[in-house]
Design a protein. Structure first.
Length: 401
């Protein structure tokens, strides 16, 4: 009864108050009749009413009047209990001091008998058959109240279960992403904030060889579960491509074919994915990147801030995926690269300035501070209460030999 007790008690009290003014009985109760038990859930007793125990009353169902009501699923009216062959010898007749009785079933929408609504009085001939319709009307009201509270309770349980499942899925997804990398050549860190439970923003990095590193960030169209599932399909092939393919273009082209293949033969389902893959070679002081319709990465060298743009299309649009990769010489011993998804840009809107211009100013401001780029952006993002889209930021700090 705990699941729906609050609404039930409110409804019961309202029903008792009205019944006490319209039906001459001095005692009323609501009982459940499930599990072969007679349980008085709520009661109302005027002065001089029947002797109803104050403590929760649980009794074998067959020893109660309500067993007859529940078994036959229809009202039971007894004008004088002392003359009724059905109940005159029952212990409850004496222990409750019942002289007259009227009970009606509480029937739920699926036909289940929940229990009974009963009116009784120590004196015989108090109740009349005409009171049956009144009790039946209120029994229907109580049934609706019970079902409403049951539905709310089931919904809450479902929400809790769903929340737990989402939290588990989120932990699984987070566990797949690369952990921070730190060695003498490079430091790679991430900020990953889903807008809800799961994210369509993906990233990975790994060492490809001595002094060579591959870093990728992807953003699947959409939000939450659908984009996350598509993203996980792409992610399942990602590390294999990063190791097996020779250069950023080949990695992105392989992913493009994966996305197209995933949705081949489906006319009503499709997706596209933006992304940028960067390969850093500290031995030869160069950075090669391939941008597939993604917001431009930012390369910081000394006083220069450079956007790594591309005119290429997102993944999953066409089989004819052109090679628009570019290679940049790293002319300074220290460099920083910032990769991000459009969720970061959304944080800076609306604004009078162009978003990329504002982002460049933020990067310029960071360069005068004694703080890592990742921590600097983390502080900015944390100061904003809500973010409508997934946010993913990758910070690369490296040095050439």
């Amino acid at each position: 009864m705990n699941k729906y007790k609050t609404k039930f008690i409110q409804a019961a009290n309202q029903v008792f108050q009205i019944l006490s003014e319209t039906v001459p009985a001095r005692t009323f109760f609501i009982a459940s009749t499930s599990n072969k038990q007679f349980v008085i859930l709520e009661k109302f007793n005027k002065v001089g009413g029947c002797t109803i125990p104050n403590d929760p009353y649980i009794y074998p169902l067959e020893e109660s009047y309500c067993s007859i009501v529940a078994r036959e699923a229809r009202p039971l009216f007894i004008r004088n209990t002392s003359e009724s062959m059905l109940v005159k010898d029952k212990d409850v007749t004496t222990s409750f001091s019942i002289g007259s009785y009227l009970g009606v079933p509480i029937i739920l929408d699926d036909g289940t008998i929940f229990g009974t609504l009963c009116a009784l009085d120590p004196m015989p001939h108090v109740l009349e058959e005409k009171h049956t319709k009144i009790l039946e009307g209120f029994a229907s009201l109580i049934a609706n109240s019970i079902e409403l509270e049951q539905s709310i309770s089931e919904l809450r349980e479902h929400e809790i279960q769903t929340e737990n499942e989402f939290q588990l899925a989120q932990k699984v997804q987070q566990s797949l992403f690369s952990k921070p990398m730190l060695n003498e050549n490079i430091a790679i860190e991430s900020i990953h904030l889903p807008s809800s439970h799961l994210s369509g923003d993906l990233f990975s990095w790994q060492k490809l060889g001595e002094g060579r590193y591959g870093v990728i960030i992807l953003d699947v169209m959409g939000h939450d579960v659908s984009s996350a599932l598509i993203g996980m399909m792409v992610f399942s092939q990602l590390k294999k491509h990063m190791v097996e393919q020779e250069n950023p273009y080949e990695v992105m082209n392989a992913l493009n074919q994966d996305v197209i293949e995933f949705f081949k033969g489906t006319s009503d389902i499709g997706a596209f994915v933006t992304g940028i893959y960067i390969e850093i070679d500290t031995n030869n002081n160069q950075l090669t990147y391939m941008n597939a319709g993604h917001p431009p990465a930012i390369l910081i060298q000394d006083t220069a801030v450079q956007f790594l743009t591309s005119a290429n299309m997102p993944l999953g649009i066409t089989d004819n995926f052109p090679d628009l990769s570019e290679t940049i010489h790293l002319n300074n011993q220290e460099f920083n690269v910032l990769l991000y998804t459009d969720g970061l840009l959304d944080l800076f809107q609306p604004t009078d300035k162009k978003v990329l211009q504002l982002l460049k100013e933020i990067v310029d401001e960071y360069r005068g501070l004694n703080i890592s780029l990742k921590n600097y952006l983390d502080n900015i993002i944390s100061a904003i209460d809500k973010h409508p889209d997934d946010i993913c930021v990758l910070s690369i700090q490296g040095n050439t030999k």
